[in-house]
Design a protein around this ligand. Structure first.
Ligand code: ZN
Length: 250
């Protein structure tokens, strides 16, 4: 059982917050996870705090250990994804032992499999692309609740068998309704891993998960090119589709 006292959690969080304000915020790293929501620590904050424990002398922490820690506060957590999200989405330099991400052989040598490590709070993650950052802290729990914890496109329910792949347990992910727009709460729908993987960045959805536009014109273009339409018409169609996706699609 891995645990920290409330006081320790609050102290570590305050330390992270100071570093974030001094070094990271100006690079667009963030948002800093809220420490609490509705009286409970948020998963993202718990993961960040746990990784920052002992900072600057941090260590590799396995996903299992992180999950165990988070379950003290969120007992139903299936699998903690926040280690990866803090790095790739928010820009914190949380390295993953599964990826190279700016680390050399020496630094990776003793890393356990499937582990995370907070490398520094003074620089953003070297592989992070700032434009993918979220522009607000998204309350994904509430969003999922609004959808009855079901995938918006196939209806599979979180924690239950996937409807199309019965051997797999459904895990809902934060997906864009429109990938051309920032990942704000209004632009998020829950999709199961299968739907998210298959449809990633191709379609524009309405709030009910119905396709209302094409985000990647190639999806349509490749199927008609040189078969039904002259090249000039294809180009016109492409322009139309892309403009439409970038515009209003709600
Ligand atoms: Zn689905």
């Amino acid at each position: 059982m891995v645990a920290l006292s409330d006081e320790e959690i609050e102290n570590i969080y305050a330390l992270v917050k100071r570093y974030w304000e001094d070094y990271l915020k100006k690079h667009g790293v963030g948002p800093l996870p809220q420490l609490q929501r509705e009286g409970n620590y948020t998963k993202a904050a718990l993961v960040l705090v746990y990784l920052a424990w002992g900072y600057p002398n941090t260590r590799w922490v396995t996903k299992e250990e992180l999950t165990e820690f988070v379950r003290n506060y969120h007992p139903k957590t299936p699998d903690v994804q926040e280690g990866r999200h803090l790095g790739m989405q928010r820009g914190f330099y949380v390295a993953s032992s599964q990826r190279r991400n700016g680390l050399n052989e020496e630094e990776l040598k003793n890393a356990p499999r499937n582990a995370y490590r907070l490398m520094t709070l003074e620089r953003p993650h070297p592989s992070w692309i700032p434009k993918r950052q979220k522009v607000e802290d998204i309350d994904f729990e509430s969003i999922k609740k609004n959808y009855g914890y079901r995938c918006a496109t196939c209806g599979s329910r979180e924690g239950e068998a996937n409807l199309r792949y019965p051997g797999e347990t459904t895990r809902l992910q934060e997906a864009h309704r429109n990938p051309h727009k920032p990942l704000t709460g209004d632009n998020v729908i829950p999709l199961c891993e299968r739907c998210n993987r298959a449809d990633r960045d191709k379609w524009v959805y309405d709030k009910r998960g119905r396709v209302v536009g094409v985000a990647k014109a190639e999806v349509v273009i490749n199927s008609i090119k040189k078969r039904y339409l002259p090249e000039a018409e294809v180009e016109k169609l492409k322009d139309f589709l892309v403009k439409r996706a970038g515009g209003d699609s709600s």
